[in-house]
Design a protein around this ligand. Structure first.
Ligand SMILES: Cc1cc2nc3c(=O)[nH]c(=O)nc-3n(C[C@H](O)[C@H](O)[C@H](O)COP(=O)(O)OP(=O)(O)OC[C@H]3O[C@@H](n4cnc5c(N)ncnc54)[C@H](O)[C@@H]3O)c2cc1C
Length: 373
């Protein structure tokens, strides 16, 4: 028998990524009793950072751009700073492993982008810390959502102690739509909604990201920007991830330095050890022997991350999400809503979209959106 969780919240939020956490934040500020059920053992979802050598390197979301206007006030609200993405210096072009790399300068400066100091994980942690104690339950996977009569919802799932269920007045499902379609049984689902969920790509779920930390950002000492474009791989695009605190006011290296990069998941039969070895070989080819001994190297393959990507055979191919009107509406007389970043009308799939979706939920359910969030 599934055990009943000893609470009947006004709102049950499924998923503790940025969207779910912000929904919880708006609702608790409105006086609602909220329960967040998060399948994994941490909050943040696609915001995930590598901690090593005293710095944090983003393995999931990292940047926001000028048009992502909801992010700066959100950072102010939670006391977080942002840092401009480092671009100055000479970039590297790697055509083939057997030929020396080429130096190149960008013909135009790329549009400015910013990272969050402490990584995007710091934002998720800050929102989570501001919620009343006991609001978030990690390790609780939701399997089913049912409409119960005309005034309630029943959510069923599996936790470390076995199956559970919980009754709530409203449910905000903050899980990426495509993952919902493949892993959560929702009934009765209005016509067309299953299709909309199933065909909405999960932004960046096709990709792999690597974070590498060195005891100092040695590439900057030689005038390199940290930017690499490569046709040889395994990583096609590298960027500097060093925090300003690692550089003195004279821009000399004082602390650890980081790089992160994107590439396709390793081919079938390539072991993770082998893949990591190839990553280091690539950096040695680009920057010389100083790249041989990273302090830490971590690979996050989002195409195989259980709580982001449905089981094999249904992976996305990098399609950028578009607004999907069927996912920004409420169902069951306003009791069921989908609120992940992909449901946003503006910048769906991005962090800014997650903020928009949570704010939309607050507005549609008559919760005044909390100040500057
Ligand atoms: C490699 C990569 C790079 C990216 N780069 C950027 C970037 O630079 N800028 C940008 O704006 N965006 C970027 N993104 C996208 C950004 O990460 C997302 O927009 C944002 O994190 C989405 O937040 P969310 O809360 O909607 O969903 P998610 O972060 O996916 O959170 C969903 C949560 O639901 C949980 N969950 C899943 N299934 C269940 C279940 N059955 N029961 C309970 N919980 C469940 C998951 O564990 C997760 O915590 C990137 C994403 C990736 C993967």
């Amino acid at each position: 028998m599934p055990r009943s969780l000893a609470t009947s919240p006004d709102v049950v939020v499924i998923g503790g990524g940025i969207a779910g956490l912000l929904v919880a934040h708006h609702c608790t500020a409105n006086g609602d009793n909220v329960l967040v059920l998060e399948a994994s053992e941490r909050v943040g979802g696609r915001c995930l950072s590598l901690d090593a050598g005293g710095i944090r390197v983003d393995l999931g979301a990292a940047w926001h751009w000028m048009e992502h206007t909801r992010i700066p006030p959100l950072l102010d609200r939670f006391g977080l700073a942002r840092v401009r993405q480092h671009e100055p210096g000479v970039a590297v072009f790697e055509a083939e492993r057997s030929r020396p790399v080429e130096r190149f300068e960008w013909p135009t400066t790329p549009p400015p982008s910013w990272r969050i100091e402490g990584g995007t994980q710091a934002l998720a942690d800050a929102i989570a810390d501001a919620l009343p104690e006991g609001t978030i339950r990690c390790g609780m996977r939701v399997d089913r959502i049912r409409q119960e009569g005309s005034d309630g919802i029943r959510v069923e799932g599996t936790g470390s102690d076995g199956p559970f269920h919980v009754q709530a007045a409203r449910c905000a499902c903050a899980v990426p739509p495509r993952l919902v379609a493949h892993t959560i049984d929702i009934r009765p689902l209005p016509a067309g909604v299953d299709d909309a969920l199933r065909h909405t790509p999960t932004w960046m779920s096709h990709s792999l990201k690597v974070g590498v930390v060195y005891d100092r950002p040695f590439w900057r000492e030689d005038g390199w920007s940290g930017r690499v474009r490569s046709l040889a791989g395994p990583i096609h695009d590298w960027h500097d991830a060093t925090p300003p605190a690692s550089l003195g006011s004279d821009q000399r290296c004082r602390g650890a330095g980081g790089l992160f990069g994107f590439g396709p998941p390793p081919q079938e039969g390539v072991s993770m050890d082998d893949f990591r070895r190839r990553v280091v070989e690539q950096l040695v080819h680009c920057y010389g022997p100083a790249a041989r001994d990273p302090v830490a190297l971590r690979v996050q393959d989002w195409s195989r991350t259980t709580w982001t990507t449905p089981p094999a055979g249904s992976a996305c191919r990098g399609e950028e999400p578009k607004a999907v009107p069927a996912l920004s509406r409420n169902y069951w007389d306003g009791r069921l809503s989908f609120v992940a970043a992909e449901t946003a009308c503006e910048h769906p799939g991005f962090l800014d979209g997650a903020v928009e979706a949570a704010r939309r939920y607050a507005e549609q359910t008559s919760v005044p959106a909390t100040d500057a969030v």
